[in-house]
Design a protein around this ligand. Structure first.
Ligand code: UTP
Length: 228
């Protein structure tokens, strides 16, 4: 059977303020070189937050701000779709559609689905739907650290059990709103029930390639069994 992997690609990686065409091109080369089925979930980044905030300021409710944020995730997904080969030519709006698309094409790329969740949770749900065992999270941080590496001298974990990781996420959740943890708590709970492995890597293309291909990489592996 062909290998399967799901990628959760941070919106701020694809669009840190304006679309990062150069990085998207490079990461697509890595995605195109994977000899298997690849599903990519793209996040919203700064545009999603700006639009959601604007909707609130204009009188819209949380549901409506999530809807506009989802549109931004889909817009970012279109950037990635533009440079992928053998890709489903549309951004699926449901996991069912994505799953059918992946039977017909080697690659599929999508954004969010319903209000109230994040693209991390979407990535896990899609992995469940297509029976993928591995999720690769690509963000601006090259792994999971014991403290916020942008503010403190922090230690990177090479591996963590999902229980330890969940505890860290709950701790981070108690901190001030706006500083979010590397993976959302709902998504971690979902990953636990299906014993999924989550690989955290940054923008280093070799690390991304190795993580997708199931090889050793410089990021962090979170799984049901590993411990630090
Ligand atoms: P993201 O998953 O991109 O959130 O979704 P994020 O935490 O900002 O991640 P980065 O910065 O891209 O890495 C952006 C927003 O879109 C809405 C939520 O409001 C979320 O915070 N969203 C996304 C949904 O409502 N449903 C979804 O399925 C996905």
């Amino acid at each position: 059977m062909l290998a399967k992997a799901v990628v959760s690609l941070g919106g701020s990686v694809v669009n840190p303020g304006r679309p990062d065409v150069s990085f998207v091109k490079k990461v697509c080369r890595v995605f195109n070189s994977f000899r298997g089925k690849l599903a990519i979930l793209v996040g919203g980044g700064a545009y999603a937050r700006e639009y959601a905030k604007a909707i609130r300021l204009l009188g819209g409710n949380e549901y409506e701000s999530d809807i506009v944020a989802i549109e931004e995730t889909r817009q970012n997904a279109m950037l990635v779709k533009a440079c992928l080969k053998d890709v489903y030519p549309k951004i699926p709006e449901t996991f069912e559609e994505a799953s059918i698309a992946l039977k017909l094409f080697d690659r599929v790329v999508m954004g969010g689905t319903i209000p109230g969740i994040t693209t991390d949770a979407d990535a896990v749900l899609l992995a469940e739907k297509i029976n993928a065992k591995r999720i690769i999270n690509i963000s601006n941080v090259d792994g999971v650290y014991d403290k916020d590496p942008s503010r403190f001298k922090a230690k990177k974990f090479s591996k963590l059990s999902i229980n330890e990781f969940y505890k860290m996420a709950l701790q981070a959740d108690k901190r001030k709103a706006g500083q979010h943890f590397i993976f959302d708590v709902v998504a971690i709970k979902l990953a636990m029930r299906s014993r999924l492995e989550i690989h955290f890597v940054g923008k280093n293309l070799k690390d991304i390639e190795n993580a997708i291909k199931g090889k050793k990489h410089g990021g962090t592996v979170v799984s049901a069994s590993s411990s630090s």
